[in-house]
Design a protein. Sequence first.
Length: 135
Amino acid sequence: ATINVDTIDIDDTDLFDDIRRGTFEINSENSLPLDASLAIAFYDEDTHSIIDLIVSPHVIPSGKVDSITGKSTAPTVGHERIVLSESNIKNLQKTEKLILQLKVKNAGYDAGQVVVLLANNRIRLEVVLVADVEF
């Protein structure tokens, strides 16, 4: 299942016009008994379309899952860096919104692992753009 988890308005920021290099730094903590993958969609309001999509090459691993109860017993913590290409930067400069999307999957589904979702299970994401800006 794909879930839009957040939309970030960035159209009021002229600073993006001066970016020369950039990296998305992603910190995560996952206590869900589900693996997740992150995509960052660049949305252009002029064309009402997604003009770029960065899909994280790494999976945010599920919390530790008890094989008997299917419940997550401890969260996993991760850190990832995604370096922006020249094309990504040009599209970022045209973008009005960034849409964060998560795709979740039961990693043990093919093996028949049943999981239990609890009200206190969560995925915490921190996405930071670190950029070199030329004035």
